[in-house]
Ligand binder design. Structure first.
Ligand code: GAP
Length: 495
């Protein structure tokens, strides 16, 4: 690939052509920053979800999962600070009327500078931006845009409005408009509810339900996977930034004062989870937040080297007791935990306290993009005799949408029957694909393009000695193995 931007475009086209991701309601020209997952995309997404869920809830004995509703009482969002603080500074170009998130506009400019060799300038601009954002200095940010003559990509002018804050939450009406099903304490219009902008609040409001019914002892965690919605103003870069997306979040409840140690612990654990997928340590880095969210006393991102550069895939946040305390205040219900462990300093039980929280929060769609872009490879297989190439998705076998393709060489002579029998034997354990049509080379290429790690072909020799040819996706090597070993080999790879 000539450059990363071409590579990114190639990945987006491939995702569409091979049934991974489609623009939403495409027949009506799509809906900006909303996407649908196709037949292989939904399998890949589910496998990523399972990988996260199983590692978070099964590998840690003190973490349990929940599945809370998307709609929540609107006071939740007043208490959490999202009604007042979940804003992005935006700027409009007066000529094109296009609205930009200020940090994205400046980052875009820095990327351009860096790509044209002005790396020092790019670094300086980003450092200035971080410092100004941390102080909410909007006049300073506007001056930074003007001083650098940053232009609108549509109008090509630098004719900017002042910077203003916009709330990112979507809202809708609940129940019939005549009745007022939500008590007035709901804030805003009587029937107004929000589509949750993070799944975390569903965990906070259920903290005591889970702690009591699950007899959980601190430290413990509650995990959840679910949809979240944000009215992102600049929503581009494919599924990297969407208006409807999914999060995989875990809130870990701890004793006050232990947050530093648990923050470091979860940074390490989460990085280990990423590295276990085998995409290479050098592809990841931590980025500490300069401007902290309204609830955090420390926060960082795990960034991955996407084709669009190093970008956040997961956040680790030390959320203090902010959320539980706020919910206690707004709901007038105690959010305390009684800790009967003995405090060595006083020789008495720790007693009642509002726990502190470390959060790990990863975007499922962003993780999908990570896996897709790390797996995507274009290979030139030409020989002096023949031009040849392939696109292969080198998914870790456990994430691959399809694990095994069963390909009888001919549609006759009893070969399909052997293939079907193998399919019946394997399909209850993992996802298999059966195909008789087309030349075998073509069928291999189609399986490479959707990332199927194993193909087996069934030929006349199979009838004689019960062996098949297995082909490994990444090396394209083939070997003859007993038919009854196929299931075992695939199962060992997807463990
Ligand atoms: N509960 C904390 C929270 O929501 P965040 O950093 O705003 O923190 C966490 O979001 C993760 O959710 C991000 O690291 C990213 O992977 C994902 N995410 C956030 N906004 C997104 C969007 N508009 N589209 C896709 N993924 C998004």
């Amino acid at each position: 690939m000539a450059n990363d931007s071409n590579r990114f475009q190639a990945i987006i086209s491939h995702a569409k052509e091979y049934g991974f991701v489609f623009p939403s309601s495409e027949i009506y020209d799509g809906l900006q920053a909303v996407y649908d997952y196709g037949q292989w995309g939904s399998e890949l997404k589910k496998n990523i979800k399972d990988y996260w869920w199983e590692s978070m809830t099964r590998m840690y004995e003190n973490i349990v999962g929940i599945d809370a509703a998307i709609f929540m009482h609107p006071t939740t969002w007043k208490a959490s600070g999202h009604v007042d603080n979940f804003n992005d500074p935006m700027i409009d170009n007066k000529d094109s009327k296009k609205r930009y998130r200020v940090d994205h506009l400046i980052e875009g400019y820095a990327e351009e500078q860096s790509a044209t060799g002005n790396e020092q300038l790019a670094k300086d601009v980003l450092a200035q931006m971080d410092a100004l954002l941390a102080k909410d200095d909007f006049a300073g940010l506007k001056k930074l845009i003007e001083d650098n003559k940053i232009k609108c990509a549509v109008s090509g002018t630098a004719n900017w409005t002042d910077i203003r804050q916009f709330n990112l939450m979507f809202s809708t009406e609940f129940g019939s408009t005549e009745s007022s099903e939500i008590p007035p304490s709901g804030g805003g219009g009587a029937n107004k509810v929000y589509l949750r902008p993070e799944t975390a609040q569903g965990i906070f409001v259920n903290f005591l339900n889970v702690q009591k019914t699950g007899r959980m002892k601190i430290p413990f965690g509650i995990a959840q996977i679910g949809k979240a919605f944000r009215n992102e103003i600049v929503a581009r870069q494919f599924i990297f930034r969407m208006r409807e997306f999914e999060q995989m979040e875990m809130q870990f409840f701890i004793q006050p004062g232990t947050q530093k140690q648990w923050y470091e612990y979860w940074k390490e654990e989460r990085l280990k989870w990423h590295l276990a997928l085998g995409f290479g340590k050098e592809q990841y880095r931590f980025h500490d937040h300069v401007k902290l969210a309204h609830y955090a006393d420390a926060a960082c991102d795990i960034e991955f080297n996407f084709p669009i550069g190093f970008k956040e895939v997961e956040g680790i946040h030390s959320r203090t007791d902010f959320d539980l305390k706020q919910h206690q205040e707004y709901s007038k219900k105690k959010m305390q935990y009684f800790d009967n462990d003995i405090d060595p300093a006083t020789n008495k039980p720790y007693g009642n306290y509002i726990p502190y929280v470390i959060e790990t929060s990863i975007g499922l769609d962003r993780m999908f993009l990570l896996v897709l872009s790390a797996a995507y490879e274009e290979q030139d297989l030409s020989t002096p005799e023949k031009q040849d190439s392939r696109v292969v998705l080198k998914f870790p076998a456990k994430l691959a949408p399809m694990k095994l393709a069963i390909l009888p060489l001919l549609k006759k002579d009893g070969l399909p029957e052997i293939g079907r029998k193998l399919m019946d034997d394997c399909r209850t354990s993992f996802r298999c694909f059966y195909e008789e049509k087309d030349a075998i080379g073509k069928r291999y290429r189609r399986m490479d393009a959707i990332g199927t790690p194993f193909c087996v072909t069934i030929d006349h020799q199979t009838k004689e000695d019960n062996t098949v040819t297995i082909r490994y996706r990444d090396t394209m090597q083939q070997e003859r193995i007993p038919l009854d070993k196929v299931k075992e080999i695939v199962q060992a790879a997807i463990m």
